[in-house]
Design a protein. Structure first.
Lengths: 365, 371
């Protein structure tokens, strides 16, 4: 009668797990399609760099958009399983079409700009926060071949670009001319910039030990053994700190103060509606995927794995990490702003400095 | 010359929390003066839910006042029904049959459980843990099912009335209550593991919104608020009504006076309420459930004051009769109203996030504040 009995919840969980596995299995069949028939076309594209770049960008953008649709569904389903309820159920099979329906709804909604808003800033903010996220996908290695651009300084590029998300959030908070938004924006910037420091430090640990900044090379070094296993004394704490910082960067519980619903209504995107709001949502979930994918690249051997094709392995590992993040999100309460900042500067920064010193010793030896 | 931080004066920011804010629990409006994230001053503005209930009582026969009390503290309607019924009984010198008293106590305690479960869920959401909200409401739903079984309603019961209760226990009620309690005990333990012991929840609530023993007494705090400040003040113990003097239960008291203490008091009260209900089943005698009362009820000239322990604190009704059909004056001493008046003092110098934490821990219901 109630969605409370143990067996019922177990059924929910495993049912959901099976659904997820089927989706992944279907995705894994994609490489078996006769792609080689496209070779002449690919050769043609290869000879025209501009066309090449355009096509890669097209694929990345579409991948991000489609994946976000899936992730939002997964997040809601996951929340449902954890909270003893069903989650989306009616639109399409297991509610898979729910996000599409929501997206259509957002498309059709009126685009409201508050009367006293800074119109230019208000209009540009969603894109300012979405663009850096999209750019980071450029260097994310799905497999040795599936990487849009194997930049030598990939890891540095990610750090440099992803910091700009703060700009979009601040622009949104300021431009909307809403007091809750300003508070949310201010919190977001303080938090994003602070947590960048231990995060960069933990990326440096991997970079130092791999001797390269190229994302592809970092994964290639892990062909035989994952980083987190090979250098476990430094890598395990490094991964945990990285995950914590990633949660803070993503504004997810316990660090969701910029959009703390019970305090600031919804923080910096309080005044947004329609497609502009959808862009914030898109950026959030794309960022989520990227952070998990980045962690997989740095610590969990990227695309390496038996039997299944590399792209599938990469996506699978990333999805598992995303599920861990969702698990954390739907379990923990929220911290206060001074506690968040104190935790970063008094705990994470010193600890990550120590970890980096140890790493340096290992690297010198 | 560069300015130091003290020379730069910022005008501060006035934030209007409510009446449509997600966390003000109803239509409370808080005018909060902010200096960055720090609260300078706070002024609660009430009256958005004012219906003139006390005046409306004066234009109704005694028995018709009962449905209005459902709308006072809508999370614990039965407790309100009981309080006004007691006032009417005192003013009219009516004695209530013993069985009816047991049924009343039992239902009020069930309603207390439901009310505290709402607190648990909404408070967890205020702090940011959304999952606890759904668990708590799932459990509350079961308790509401029990109350529906008994009274036929789920929120506004309009059920306890002067002279007793209208219906006896339905068939299979005891069994249903016991099975719900079994599940409730399990989920309370689950909640202890999920929320109470949570490190983040603790740092958000421990040492926040501290009310000292003296302050709590001076401000007239009652219920879980004063018990969270270390004062064992419970009307059920100090001025027992109905059959509370015959029942064995503890009054949970915590000394810290912070949000955590108030939270713990309420969680412990859920367990104590379950104890009381179980005892009621055991001790309940057979017999009448309603006193014979005249169809047209005219109490003698006089006045009466009834004190009860509602989930929020001391809920009292003062009633004056001039011998006519309607009461001349009814006053409600609503605990939420008195707790809300402490807010400006409590919120001085705290962070924005603590505003919500402290307000939530007082567990005010605006229906009772505005009347």
């Amino acid at each position: 009668m109630y969605a409370s009995s143990k067996s019922y919840r177990a059924g929910q969980f495993f049912g959901g797990l099976i659904v997820t596995l089927i989706v992944i299995a279907m995705a894994s069949l994609l490489p078996l399609l006769p792609w080689y028939k496209l070779n002449p076309i690919l050769d043609f594209i290869g000879m025209h760099p501009w066309l090449n770049a355009f096509l890669k960008a097209f694929i990345v953008v579409n991948f991000v958009a489609l994946h976000v649709l899936f992730l939002i569904w997964l997040e809601r389903k996951f929340a449902g399983w954890m909270q003893a309820r069903l989650g989306p159920k009616h639109v399409g099979w297991q509610g898979l079409g729910q996000t599409v329906a929501d997206a259509i709804k957002l498309f059709l909604k009126e685009d409201i700009v508050p009367a006293k808003a800074d119109r230019q800033l208000f209009a540009i903010a969603p894109f300012l926060s979405f663009m850096p996220t999209l750019l980071t996908f450029m260097v994310l290695p799905f497999s040795a071949a599936w990487i849009a651009y194997d930049y030598d300084l990939g890891a540095l590029f990610v750090v440099a670009v992803s910091t700009n998300v703060a700009l979009g959030v601040l622009a949104a908070g300021w431009g909307a001319n809403n007091k809750y938004s300003i508070l949310g924006g201010a919190r977001a910037v303080a938090q994003l910039l602070s947590y960048e420091i231990p995060m960069v430090m933990m990326i440096l640990v991997v970079v130092t030990l791999s001797d390269t900044m190229s994302m592809k090379q970092i994964v290639l070094r892990q062909a035989h053994i994952w980083n987190i296993v090979a250098y476990w004394p430094v890598m395990i704490p490094a991964f945990l700190i990285f995950l914590t910082c990633a949660l803070a960067e993503l504004n997810r519980t316990p660090f969701d103060l910029p959009e703390a619903e019970s305090e600031l209504v919804s923080g910096f995107h309080t005044e947004y509606s329609g497609m502009r709001f959808a862009f914030f949502y898109l950026a959030e979930f794309a960022n989520n995927f990227f952070s998990a994918g980045f962690a997989v690249t740095l610590f969990f051997g990227g695309w390496y794995g038996p039997i299944l094709p590399p792209v599938v392995w990469f996506t699978l590992k990333t999805l598992i990490l995303i599920c861990v993040m969702m698990w954390i999100r739907w379990t923990l309460p929220r911290l206060r702003i001074d506690q968040v900042m104190g935790f970063c500067w008094k705990v994470l920064v010193p600890v990550s400095l120590v970890i980096y010193c140890i790493t340096a010793l290992i690297a010198v030896k | 010359m560069p300015l130091t931080s003290t020379e730069i004066s910022s005008p501060g920011m006035t934030i209007n929390m409510g009446p449509q804010h997600p966390s003000t629990h109803g239509v409370l409006r808080l005018l909060v003066e902010l200096d960055g994230e720090v609260v300078h001053s706070c002024r609660p503005v009430i009256g958005y839910l004012h219906r003139g209930l006390e005046k409306m009582f004066e234009a109704r026969p005694y028995r018709q006042c009962i449905p209005f009390t459902d709308r006072l503290d809508y999370l614990a309607s039965l407790n309100n029904n009981l309080a006004i019924s007691q006032a009417v009984e005192r003013v009219g010198n009516i004695t209530v049959p013993e069985r009816a008293q047991y049924i009343r106590v039992m239902l009020c305690e069930l309603n207390r459980i439901a009310s505290h479960l709402v607190f648990l869920g909404t408070y967890a959401t205020d702090i940011g843990a959304t999952t606890v909200f759904l668990y708590a409401f799932r459990d509350r739903e079961k308790v509401l099912d029990l109350l529906e079984m008994m009274t036929g309603a789920r929120l506004t019961y309009n059920w306890i009335r002067p002279g007793g209760v209208p219906t006896d226990l339905p068939e299979g009620f005891e069994k249903a209550v016991r099975s719900v309690f079994e599940e409730l005990k399990v989920s309370l333990d689950e909640n202890n593991r999920l929320l109470t012991g949570n490190r983040i929840f603790r740092v958000r609530t421990e040492g926040i919104g501290v009310i000292s023993k003296e302050q709590a007494i001076a401000w007239g705090a009652t219920g879980p608020v004063i018990r969270g400040s270390g004062v064992p003040y419970d009307i059920r113990k100090i001025a027992p009504y109905e059959v509370y003097d015959r029942l064995d239960f503890d009054v949970p008291v915590f000394d810290q006076g912070d949000c955590m203490a108030r939270y713990l008091v309420r969680i412990e009260e859920i367990r104590q309420s379950m104890r009381i209900v179980e005892q009621c089943f055991k001790d309940m005698p057979e017999g009448e459930i309603m006193t014979k009362m005249p169809k047209i009820f005219r109490p003698p000239v006089g006045q009466a004051y009834s004190r009860t322990e509602s989930p929020r604190g001391e809920l009292s009704f003062f009633m004056v009769s001039d011998g006519s059909l309607n009461p001349v004056r009814v006053h409600v001493r609503a605990p939420s109203f008195i707790h809300l008046s402490m807010l400006p003092e409590l919120l001085k110098g705290v962070k924005v996030a603590d505003v919500i934490a402290i307000l939530g821990s007082l567990d005010t219901v605006l229906g009772e504040v505005d009347r």
